[in-house]
Each structure stands twice: as C-alpha cells, then as structure tokens.
Unconditional design. Structure first.
Length: 243
C-alpha cells in the first residue's frame, strides 16, 4: 500500500508513539505513519499482569513493516523502558493478582494511578533526546472507564507542563480522544484497509489476563475482562448485525 500524503505542519516532522502492542496504540501508530516522515515507538514494562503485550509489540511492528512497505520506510527505532517502580507502588488489578472490581471512588481497580503521567513524562524526555516534536498516545474520553489521566484536560495540562519544563515545544497528539471503539476499528480500516484490520485482530493484544489461547472474531482474549468486553463491543458495532 502506498503511503498517504503527509498532513503534518512543516515543523512537525517526527513523532514518538506510545505503543503497547494493543488495538488502540497500533491504530495510533498507523495514524502517525501516514502523517510524519519519521516515527519511533516506545513501550513500558511496569510489571503488568498482561505482560504478553510486550511480546506482541515486536510482532506487530514486524507485520506493519512487511505489509506496508511505504510505512516501513518511516518506522524508526523502537524503545522499551523498565518502569518496574510503577508496579511496586501500585495496588491495582493490572499489577496484582486480584479480581476486577469498582472501587469506592467510582473508578475501576484497573486504574493505575500516575501511569499515563509517568509514561508521557518519560516519553517527553526520550523525545527531547531524540529531537522529536510530537508524542502520540491512544488515550480517549469516550471509552476510558473514567480514568482521570486519559482526559483531554489532563493531556493539555501535560503538554504545557512538559513543554515549559523542558523548554521544548511538544505536541501531545490524541487521535482517539473523541471516538469510541467501533470508530477506532473504522479508523484502522480507513488508514490501512482490511489488511490493517486483520493485522490488529490477529496480532495485537488487549486482554488484561494475557489470554492468547481463545480466538474470537475480534482477536485473542479471555472475553470477560473489561478490556475484552470493550474490544468485543466495539467490533460488534463496527461490523454491524450482518458481521
């Protein structure tokens, strides 16, 4: 597939994508590859229960390079940072062996306090060193379970704080901020056709329990954790009643 014309402004020539190996970050990566001449990726090992996503990352990157040669020319270095301290200070169902539940504060116990704040701060530090202007992340307010560090206001505040604190004008790009999971599937189709949708189904990982045994129409997963339920519902709405 030939790459689409670059739509970034002249001073935005590079992007660093927070890339977990899941559906959302893969869609964001494709979005960045259409828009920037140079794109790098960043993942984090923070002691997550679903650490299988770290194994999915290189597979997805390899498949993107093979299936989209024009994008491969733009896809640069991949980085993985050890953020084990986050797992040590967090008492959540993503970093501990505990059941998924809602907490008294109204947030699910899948919320890892400070996770996106740390992710973006470290991403900015890496982007600064690499001379990258744009940081791309898949956070959104539509399907976000109430996570406060996924809000648009949080992203705008971080963009200002990081730009001021490093004296480097960063842009935090959030392509999924105002769309739901069905629209995310449709965006992937717009960006890379059925080829990209099939790649996301087969190779990305979302399930919080790290299940790669059970295959569904929307991909692999337990089918019952919050992440699987959200992805499955989005797929159902994407394909419609005849899907």
């Amino acid at each position: 597939m030939t790459a689409a014309p670059l739509h970034n402004t002249p001073h935005h020539t590079s992007a660093l994508v927070l890339f977990s190996g899941g559906q959302d970050s893969t869609t964001c990566l494709a979005h960045a590859l259409e828009r920037f001449p140079r794109v790098e990726t960043l993942g984090f090992d923070y002691g997550q229960r679903h650490s299988v996503e770290l194994q999915a990352r290189p597979v997805v990157l390899r498949e993107l390079r093979e299936r989209f040669p024009a994008w491969a020319d733009r896809l640069g270095e991949d980085h993985v940072l050890d953020l084990a301290v986050l797992g040590k200070v967090s008492e959540t169902s993503l970093t501990r062996d505990m059941a998924f539940r809602m907490e008294e504060n109204g947030l699910p116990n899948t919320f890892v306090p400070g996770r996106n704040l740390l992710f973006l701060t470290l991403a900015a530090a890496l982007a600064y060193r690499r001379g990258i202007q744009v940081i791309v992340t898949g956070v959104c307010e539509t399907d976000f379970s109430g996570y406060p560090d996924c809000r648009d206001d949080t992203m705008k505040a971080l963009q200002v704080a990081l730009s001021l604190g490093m004296d480097h004008r960063f842009l935090i790009d959030t392509p999924l901020m105002w769309i739901d999971k069905a629209a995310t599937w449709r965006l992937a189709e717009t960006l890379g056709g059925k080829t990209l949708v099939d790649l996301i189904v087969e190779h990305t990982h979302t399930c919080y329990l790290g299940d790669r045994e059970h295959r569904h129409a929307w991909g692999y997963g337990c089918g019952s954790c919050p992440a699987c339920e959200l992805r499955a519902r989005g797929w159902s709405n994407y394909v419609g009643p005849l899907g």
